[in-house]
Design a protein. Structure first.
Length: 899
């Protein structure tokens, strides 16, 4: 054996070994010096933004919308259950709390497992190294990147404690199905908070970082269980759980509570959510979608649901009146049709005399009985339907693709049946498979929202066969409803159309239509301001201006009639004569005070019949002045905006109505043009509560504290501007109450309330049907029509097509609201409205629906504008025309930015 040294000299092999041993650390240090300048500042790590979606909440704090590419809900270390921490340690890095950022033992174990089994369950990177990569590094696979990961991990360990590092890791890691972070994954897969997860569920989530799609329980349940069980075994091996816990969880089912809606909204309010998204992007740019901001709206989820149900019910009733239009298709694949408002596409497979069979896209079959299709008279036109069918073959044919709706079951409950029968065909929107942790998480796409899951059902085939089905169809017409608080403008409901999935066009905020007779109350209010009274006599008689001869919708004339009766019977000729008396220019200016746009108002007499263009939200804003005693409010829908940490970034400061702030003895002369801050009166904005006597008369008492209108006004609030005198506002409210109790809105008497008023509206050829109404605490406007204007049908007046929607909503929205009415003289503490109360009628008098503009109002000759203002209505017009006391109010855009 040769000696390593001789004659005092070092053996060459030993010298080479020594050089190598010295070169490795020196070279490693040299690489560090080379890479160190490019390492990011660790201080940025704590403040590094996590892409958190913009979240939208209802007034009652329910999540109604979520926007952004990623689902992320960061948590603090204290919010992470200890067993969840242990599950990740078992899965990814069992020595995390003892190593210094790099675990060569872990790397060795991963290599050994890979060599023995071909696909190791352990990962080679430590949790700290994964934090370094996820926050700072590119997905490239190079030696430099791996060395940078090691150096950065060491730097992180030197600057952050273990709890901080672990928290950063579990908040950033991609876990499949668009979920980033453990809290988001718990929500997506189980619809639970972290604290409610079982050990098996924690282990399943902990198994996802290695390959978020490969081990995904939605994509591959068997492989997910295999990975989960390996982690549970590791937890037992490491002493994190005992044998009993191991046995309980190793055999547990996946028990997912997952649907295609990875965002898992509490309530689906898409029109509202989209309004918020649009406003936020307009104000802050696209980056706001990943800001984590929480936007709280003014809209209670229960009122929004009431409004949606009212629109669905009313529009479907209209649609059924006009008959069955036939199958949607008999050639297009069934899978190309999607569910709309619990209307399920099916294909007819068999037709019997009194029933038919149909199949869902997953193979489940149903039978629709005669009772579910007997309504389906054949549609010929909006004014003609066929006779009552006597055989199912007159309605459907084999291979027809039609729609059916279940009785008393939601869309989500039906989906549970379909999922139970066809789990293997479930589809997901998960990103492409990431082979290991080095694969980047791809961009995600927004998922269509559905309702949250309902309680579990009996999902047997026997239970499925007992479901009653009805033939239905998607309405061809459209409808909308918008509602607001007349005392501060807070929007209470927005239903921009029949179904957001069918059309995301928001007709409440974007749909310019002719308002028809909805505009008459504003013309009448100007007449009252200029000296007319509710009992002034106007002649309902023929009138010709140039080539234009306006008509009443019934083609008849009633002769001399009071202004009050003319409005509640919607007599067109009286409205035209009133506009002649007050002047077209004055009327246009007056309408802008209520929020209508001047450039949308015709400068001719057709204005009296509603030939203008208006948005439903503008009409609601205008009618609020009749409900609140004569004030102009500004509608708004964003209450506040908070950062993810809860810091308030924006809080709405709306103008508010203070009826009792006027001078006690001279309310009509109070100058309200300055919306400066004022101190609230203790009784401000409190309507009087009405109680009915046995004889039908009404007593007035102070409003109880339970009434929504008694909410105390905040200090230094902004005061709404008066646009009508208190007397005019009271008189108009009284007349509009007559519309319901005596006139074209009589169908609303079914609500059984004495504190509601409103006005029907029907345009030429019934292309638009409206009802706009209020009580002192709530305003609502309903509209029905086709997006491409065409007739709804000869008999589809506002009181027939739109009023049922309004009534359905108001009946529920006001169910717990005490009756109240507008004060006649809010500045006078001795004022009582009892003398102005109208007794509800005991017997209906047949009144003709007379609010159609008819004739050629939308194409009136320009010669009308040449009519001189001296041409008054009739000799019955008042001798004096005092100037209104309301101050000028600047017109605004339809809905101003909330910011």
């Amino acid at each position: 054996m040769k000696k390593l040294s001789c004659a005092g000299r070092i053996h060459p092999l030993f010298a080479l070994l020594l050089v190598l041993l010295l070169a490795l650390p020196i070279g490693f240090y040299g690489l560090y010096l080379f890479i160190a300048p490019s390492l990011p500042d660790i201080a940025q790590l704590k403040s590094a933004p996590v892409a958190i979606p913009l979240q939208v909440y209802s007034k009652d704090n329910k999540l109604i919308g979520e926007f952004g590419e990623k689902i992320s809900r960061p948590v603090t270390y204290d919010e992470i259950p200890p067993l969840m921490v242990n599950a990740f340690l078992a899965a990814e890095d069992s020595s995390f709390f003892t190593h210094n950022g790099v675990s060569f033992k872990g790397l060795g174990r991963a290599v050994t497992e890979a060599m023995q089994s071909g696909s190791g369950q352990s990962g080679g990177s430590t949790i700290t190294m994964q934090v370094a990569k996820n926050f700072y590094l590119s997905p490239e696979r190079t030696l430099k990147r791996k060395l940078t990961e090691i150096f950065l991990a060491r730097k992180i360990e030197q600057n952050l404690n273990k709890q901080e590092i672990f928290t950063l890791y579990v908040n950033k890691i991609f876990l499949g199905q668009h979920a980033y972070g453990i809290a988001a994954a718990a929500k997506v897969y189980y619809h639970k908070p972290l604290k409610d997860l079982t050990i098996a569920e924690m282990a399943m989530i902990a198994g996802l970082p290695k390959a978020p799609t490969k081990y995904n329980p939605v994509n591959d349940p068997d492989r997910a269980i295999e990975r989960r069980n390996w982690i549970i075994g590791r937890m037992l091996q490491l002493g994190f759980i005992n044998q009993a816990q191991y046995q309980e969880n190793i055999n547990a089912p996946l028990a997912l509570n997952y649907s295609a809606n990875t965002k898992r909204l509490d309530v689906d309010m898409p029109y509202v959510a989209e309004m918020v998204r649009s406003a936020m992007v307009e104000e802050f740019g696209e980056d706001v979608l990943n800001s984590g901001y929480r936007v709280y709206t003014t809209i209670p989820s229960d009122r929004q649901k009431m409004a949606e149900d009212a629109v669905h019910k009313g529009l479907e009733a209209y649609d059924h009146r006009h008959g069955w239009r036939g199958a949607e298709s008999n050639a297009k694949p069934l899978a190309d049709h999607y569910v709309i408002n619990n209307m399920w596409p099916v294909q007819v497979t068999k037709v019997s005399k009194q029933s038919f069979d149909a199949v869902f896209s997953n193979g489940l079959t149903i039978t629709v009985p005669w009772s579910g299709m007997s309504w389906a008279r054949k549609y010929y036109s909006t004014d003609r339907v066929g006779g009552a069918p006597s055989n199912a073959s007159e309605i459907v044919h084999v291979n027809d693709i039609i729609r059916v709706r279940p009785s008393d079951l939601t869309a989500d409950q039906i989906q549970q049946y379909l999922n139970a029968q066809n789990k293997s065909s479930a589809k997901t929107n998960d990103p492409a498979d990431a082979a290991d942790l080095d694969d980047p998480a791809p961009d995600a796409t927004k998922a269509k929202t559905e309702e949250p899951s309902q309680p579990k059902l009996d999902l047997s085939k026997a239970a499925w066969s007992r479901i009653n089905w009805t033939l239905t169809q998607i309405p061809a017409a459209e409808a909308q409803l918008v509602s607001l608080d007349p005392n501060d403008g807070a929007i209470q409901a927005v239903v921009g159309g029949y179904d957001f999935a069918k059309s995301n066009f928001n007709r409440s905020m974007q749909g310019w239509r002719q308002p028809g007779s909805n505009i008459k109350p504003f013309i009448y209010s100007l007449a009252l301001e200029r000296g007319f009274t509710p009992y002034s006599i106007i002649n309902d008689a023929p009138l010709q201006v140039g080539n234009w001869r306006p008509q009443n919708s019934d083609g008849k004339f009633m002769g001399p009639i009071t202004l009050r009766r003319a409005l509640y019977l919607s007599r067109n000729l009286v409205s035209v004569r009133l506009l002649q008396a007050v002047g077209i220019n004055k009327a246009v200016e007056h309408l802008t005070h209520f929020g209508f746009m001047e450039d949308k108002l015709p400068k001719n007499l057709a204005l009296a019949l509603g030939a203008a263009q208006a948005l439903p939200i503008q009409v609601a804003t205008g009618y609020a002045a009749f409900a609140n005693g004569g004030y102009r409010i500004q509608p708004y829908f964003i209450e506040r905006v908070e950062s993810f940490k809860g810091d308030v970034l924006f809080k709405a400061d709306p103008v508010r109505v203070c009826r009792s702030c006027d001078a006690a003895n001279n309310p009509d002369q109070q100058d309200l043009s300055d919306a400066s801050s004022v101190q609230p009166d203790a009784s401000s904005a409190a309507p009087t509560v009405l109680t009915s006597n046995p004889d039908g008369s009404i007593n007035s008492t102070d409003n109880p504290a339970s009434s929504p209108a008694t909410t105390p006004l905040p200090a230094n609030y902004r005061r709404a501007e008066r646009v009508l005198t208190a007397k005019t506002a009271y008189d108009m409210a009284s007349i509009l109450r007559d519309v319901i109790q005596h006139g074209t809105g009589y169908a609303a008497m079914k609500l059984g309330r004495n504190d509601i008023g409103g006005k029907t509206g029907t345009t030429n050829d019934a292309k638009d049907a409206w009802f706009s109404g209020f009580n002192p605490t709530l305003v609502a406007v309903a509209w029905v029509g086709f997006d491409q204007p065409r007739t709804l049908g000869r008999k589809e007046f506002g009181g027939v097509a739109a009023l049922p929607i309004w009534s359905e909503y108001m009946a529920k929205a006001l169910a717990n609201t005490p009756e109240s009415w507008i004060d006649k003289d809010p500045g006078n503490p001795n004022s009582s409205n009892a003398s102005g109360a109208i007794k509800p009628r005991k017997k209906k008098v047949i009144d003709t629906e007379s609010d159609s503009t008819t004739d050629s109002t939308s194409t009136t000759s320009d010669s009308i504008a040449d009519l001189v203002e001296s041409k008054t209505a009739e000799s019955t017009a008042p001798k004096h025309t005092p100037q209104p006391s309301s101050t000028k109010v600047s017109p605004s855009t339809p809905l101003e930015s909330p910011f």
